[in-house]
Design a protein around this ligand. Structure first.
Ligand SMILES: *Cc1c(COP(=O)(O)O)cnc(C)c1O
Length: 388
């Protein structure tokens, strides 16, 4: 049969029906699975058979979720985790040895930055950072110990765009593992494997669930790397719960329609803010004024759900603006059906110094909005009245 489109795959990828011939998949809340006989048990444990043994290793619901994401990303295989950070940590821990060096973009998720700076040095794994707009410097940072290139695009919270193809070419030339955290774009908007990524990581907590209910993470990509991640993870136990996997697999059925609306709402909000007298600047990848608009259009289908802007009048005006918000949620999450407004300098990135924040593109008055699925008129009207 002809290869199916994204939406169809998202809906029609299912695990086998049970004897009850259910239309919608059940939840397999079981920690373990039974064997036919002694030989079946021996062969299963020897990994001669591909079958469920114990839900720390694999479970039908997590397999369905993994299978969907693999097809969406064009990946060979994957492993699902209890959170995005479990995916990030386990991926690095499975692939790196003491003495290895990570080459990473500077603008990365706060907890990933903490992992690099506060924990990996304990195991003698160090890192260097490159800036999103200085990819010509990346090769100079490669050492004989460098094993891996890591980046996110669009970045959080500055929504800057990194050229994935350039990074992919560097990784290939130097035989480095190329890993992309694709959480902000989702596989619907951007497929990093097309640009040379070996592995793609997601926090399922964000747009994949999209309704702010469950925590999850996933890593998909080349089988040789996923095998190592699987061997590490089946022992260390970061597995996704079957219930959360079931929720996520359902959520993915609507990913395309949700993300389409997130993006059209976000673009309309960005256009509104661009002309606003109380706003210094606004950044959104699909605004023509975005410094990397052309690159964004090349590697993404649309701009995503996050809009960044700066309220005129610095920190004080920013606080007044937040206190005047009525509809939007003041929260640190993103990718929810509810629009969320965040002040990165005092929340998600408060552990960084002012200089470190500026390096990652965060000014003190900067506001990040994760544009939700409410009617755009209501989103704009709340922000407009708060700015006033
Ligand atoms: C949220 C997030 C993570 C971590 O995911 P959790 O599910 O919160 O553990 C990693 N990377 C990015 C880009 C994120 O936004």
């Amino acid at each position: 049969m002809k290869e199916k489109k994204f939406e169809t795959t998202a809906i029609r990828t299912q695990i086998e029906r049970s004897q009850f011939l259910e239309h919608s998949n059940p939840i397999y809340l079981t920690s373990s699975f039974v064997f036919e006989d002694a030989e079946d048990m021996r062969a299963s444990f020897a990994e001669e058979k591909d079958r469920n043994i114990y839900s720390r290793y694999a479970n039908p619901n997590s397999s369905e979720f993994i299978n969907k994401v693999c097809q969406m990303e064009g990946a060979e295989d994957g492993f699902a985790f209890a959170s995005g950070m479990a995916a990030v940590f386990s991926t690095f821990a499975a692939l790196l040895n003491s003495g290895d060096h990570i080459l990473s973009a500077r603008s990365i998720f706060g907890s990933t930055h903490s992992l690099f700076t506060n924990f990996f040095p304990r195991w003698n794994i160090d890192h260097s950072y490159f800036k999103f707009d200085e990819l010509d410097q990346v090769e100079k940072l490669i050492t004989p110990r460098t094993k891996l290139i890591y980046a996110e695009s669009p970045t959080n919270p500055g929504v800057d765009i990194l050229d994935l193809e350039v990074l992919g070419d560097i990784a290939k030339k130097h035989n480095l593992i190329f890993v992309i955290d694709n959480c902000f774009a989702t596989p619907y908007l951007q497929r990093p494997i097309q640009f040379g990524a070996d592995l793609v990581i997601h926090s399922g907590t964000k747009l994949m669930d999209g309704q702010g209910r469950v925590m999850a993470g996933i890593t998909v990509g080349k089988k040789e790397f996923i095998d190592r991640i699987y061997q590490f993870s089946r022992i260390t136990g970061p597995a996704l719960s079957p219930f959360n996997a079931w929720v996520l697999s359902k959520s993915l059925e609507t990913l395309a329609v949700r993300v389409d609306r997130h993006c059209s709402n976000a673009l309309q909000l960005a256009e509104f803010l661009e002309g606003h007298e109380k706003v210094n600047w606004v950044k959104y990848p699909f605004l023509k004024s975005h410094p990397n608009h052309e690159l964004a259009k090349k590697q993404m289908k649309a701009g995503g759900c996050v809009v960044a802007f700066e309220v005129k009048g610095g920190l004080k005006a920013g606080r007044k603006f937040f206190d005047a918000i009525e509809l939007l949620s003041l929260s640190a999450n993103l990718g929810d059906s509810r629009s969320i407004i965040t002040h990165p300098a005092s929340t998600t990135h408060s552990k960084l110094s002012s200089e470190e924040r500026l390096e990652t593109g965060i000014t003190d008055g900067m506001v990040r909005i994760s544009v939700g699925l409410e009617h755009i008129d209501d989103i704009i009207s709340d922000i407009d009245q708060a700015l006033g």
